[in-house]
Design a protein around this ligand. Structure first.
Ligand code: GLN
Length: 477
C-alpha cells in the first residue's frame, strides 16, 4: 500500500515537478509484494524493508534505464546493479525509479539535464538545486520518503538546502562507488536524501560498509548512527560540544537572510550549551578554483569511455568515411551537452603536457593546504558549521548563461569533497520569501557519528521545515 501510494502520488504530481526520469512500477511493486509475503510468513525483516526509495540516475540498475540525464546513454540498460542498489534490494526497499539530475552530475540547478528541468516543490519557477535536484524534489514533495544522491562538490547538500531536505555526504570511502557512474572519482560519494536526520542515519546504515569492488572503500564498520541520533533527540543536548564557525564560509557573497538564519542557529547552539569558536581556514579562498581544475581533469578522463562503441547511442558522421575516430567524434558531439563538453575541454587542457604543472599540479597543492587547514581547526573543535550555500533557490535561467555564477553556488560545499571529510545539510529556516535555508555541518574524516549528533540537535532547534513544503497541500486527484 505504501509503495502504491508513492506511485499514485508520482502519477498525480510528477507531471508538474518532473523529478523522475523513469518510474519502475512493476519492479517496485514486486519488491513490496515480496516483503509482504515474507512478513506474513513470519520472517524477521531488515529495518527499512518495504520503505520505498528513489535513486539518482547515475547509479546503475540492472535492466532499468540509467542515463545520467545524458542523451549519450539514451536507451542503455545496465547489465549489473551498483553496490548501493544491491544493498537496497537486500534490505527489501522498493525502488520507485530514477531521478533527474544535471547531465553527468555537472551543475547546481538540474537545468543541465538533457531531459528537461525539475521544479522546486517550494516554488515551481525555481531550481531544486543540482546536480541531484530530482532526488531532492522527489523527497521534498512527498513522492518518495527517501532517496539516494551523489556528491562531488555539493550535489546532495545544495539541493537539500534549497528544497528543505536533509542531505549527507559521508566520509569518502564509507559508501561504495561501485556502479556509480564516475564524474570525478577522487571526490564522488553517494549519500542519503531524506526529510529527517533519523531517516538519513537509517538509510546510511543500509548503504554503508566495505565493498571489495571499490578500491577506495573503507574497511571499517558502519557507525551506529541511528542510535546516537535517537539519544541526542532524547537528551536535547550534547555534552562538551565545541563548534567552529568558519570565517571564510559565512561572509561576503552570502544572501542576507541566509546569513541571518545561520547566525540565529549558531546562537541557539550556544544557548543549548555548545562552545562556539570562530576559526579561519585561509586556503578555502582557493577551494573553488582548485575544484574547477581537479574535477574537470578527472571528468575528461572518466568520460572518455563514452565512445559510441560500448554504451548508449552510436552516431555515424553525416558524410565522409566511417572510421572509429570519426564515429567517436560524431557520437560525443551529438550525445554530450554544452556543460559536459566545456568540462571535458577544460580538463583535457589542464592535463596537457605544457599546462599540467601550472594548473593541475597547483590545484593538487591547494588541495593539500585545504586538508591541512581542516586538520588544524579540528584540533580545536568537534565540528565546523556554515551556511550550506550562499543563496536560497534562484529562478530558472538566472545563471544558465554565466558558468562562473553557477559555480559560485558550490563555494561552501566544495572544501569537504577536496578533503574527503563528511558534511551534511539540515534545513534550519524558511526565508521571508517562503524558501528553505540549509545549515551545513562538517566533521573530521571517520567522525560521521559526531556530525549526525549535531545534525539531530540542529534539527530539534529548528523545528519541522520539510513538513511545511507547500507541496504537502497539493491535491492528488
Ligand atoms: N555543482 C557542482 C558541480 O557542478 C557539484 C556537482 C556534484 O556534486 N556532482 O560540479
Amino acid at each position: 500500500e505504501l509503495t502504491q501510494a508513492c506511485l499514485d502520488r508520482i502519477d498525480a504530481i510528477d507531471p508538474k515537478v518532473h523529478a523522475f526520469l523513469y518510474v519502475d512500477r512493476e519492479g517496485a511493486l514486486a519488491t513490496a509484494a515480496d516483503v509482504d509475503a515474507r512478513r506474513a510468513a513470519g520472517e524477521e525483516l531488515p529495518r527499512l524493508a518495504g520503505v520505498p526509495i528513489a535513486v539518482k540516475d547515475n547509479m546503475v540498475t540492472r535492466g532499468v534505464p540509467t542515463t545520467c540525464a545524458s542523451k549519450i546513454l539514451e536507451g542503455w540498460l545496465p547489465p549489473y546493479d551498483a553496490t548501493v542498489v544491491e544493498l537496497l534490494h537486500k534490505a527489501g526497499m522498493p525502488i520507485l525509479g530514477k531521478t533527474n539530475m544535471d547531465e553527468f552530475a555537472m551543475g547546481s540547478s538540474t537545468e543541465h539535464s538533457a531531459y528537461g528541468r525539475t521544479g522546486n516543490p517550494w516554488d515551481l519557477d525555481r531550481i531544486p538545486g543540482g546536480s541531484g535536484g530530482g532526488s531532492a524534489a522527489a523527497v521534498a514533495s512527498f513522492m518518495a520518503p527517501l532517496a539516494l544522491g551523489s556528491d562531488t562538490g555539493g550535489s546532495i547538500r545544495q539541493p537539500g538546502a534549497v528544497t528543505g531536505t536533509v542531505g549527507a555526504k559521508p566520509t569518502y570511502g564509507a559508501v561504495s562507488r561501485y556502479g556509480l557512474i564516475a564524474m570525478a572519482s577522487s571526490l564522488d560519494q553517494i549519500g542519503p536524501v531524506t526529510r529527517t536526520v533519523e531517516d538519513a542515519a537509517a538509510l546510511t546504515e543500509v548503504i554503508g560498509g566495505y565493498d571489495p569492488h571499490d578500491s577506495t572503500s573503507l574497511n571499517e564498520p558502519v557507525p551506529a548512527l541511528s542510535e546516537s541520533v535517537a539519544q541526542v533527540a532524547k537528551d536535547g543536548k550534547i555534552e562538551g560540544l565545541r563548534v567552529g564557525v568558519v570565517r571564510e564560509l559565512s561572509g561576503e557573497g552570502y544572501q542576507d537572510d541566509v546569513l541571518e538564519a545561520f547566525n540565529a542557529t549558531v546562537e541557539k547552539l550556544r544557548a543549548a550549551g555548545a562552545e562556539i569558536v570562530e576559526v579561519s581556514c585561509p586556503s578555502f579562498d582557493y577551494a573553488l578554483a582548485a575544484y574547477y581544475l581537479i574535477m574537470p581533469a578527472e571528468v575528461s578522463s572518466n568520460l572518455a569511455r563514452f565512445d559510441g562503441m560500448r554504451y548508449g547511442i552510436r552516431v555515424e558522421p553525416s558524410e565522409g568515411p566511417v572510421t572509429a575516430e570519426r564515429v567517436m567524434a560524431a557520437t560525443r558531439e551529438a550525445g554530450f551537452g554544452d556543460e559536459v563538453k566545456r568540462r571535458i575541454i577544460l580538463g583535457t587542457h589542464v592535463l596537457s603536457a605544457g599546462f599540467f604543472d601550472a594548473y593541475y599540479g597547483s590545484a593538487q597543492k591547494v588541495r593539500t593546504l585545504i586538508q591541512r587547514d581542516f586538520a588544524r581547526v579540528f584540533e580545536e573543535v568537534d565540528v565546523l558549521v556554515s551556511p550550506t550555500c550562499p543563496t536560497t533557490a534562484f529562478r530558472f535561467g538566472e545563471k544558465m548563461d554565466d558558468p562562473m555564477a553557477m559555480y559560485l553556488n558550490d563555494i561552501a560545499t566544495i572544501p569537504a569533497n577536496l578533503a574527503g571529510i563528511p558534511a551534511m545539510s539540515v534545513p534550519n529556516a524558511v526565508s521571508a520569501e517562503g524558501l528553505p535555508v540549509g545549515f551545513q555541518i562538517l566533521a573530521p574524516a571517520h567522525h560521521d557519528l559526531k556530525m549526525y549528533e549535531v545534525a539531530s540537535l540542529v534539527e530539534q532547534l529548528s523545528g519541522d521545515i520539510a513538513g511545511n513544503c507547500p507541496a504537502a497541500q497539493w491535491e492528488e486527484n
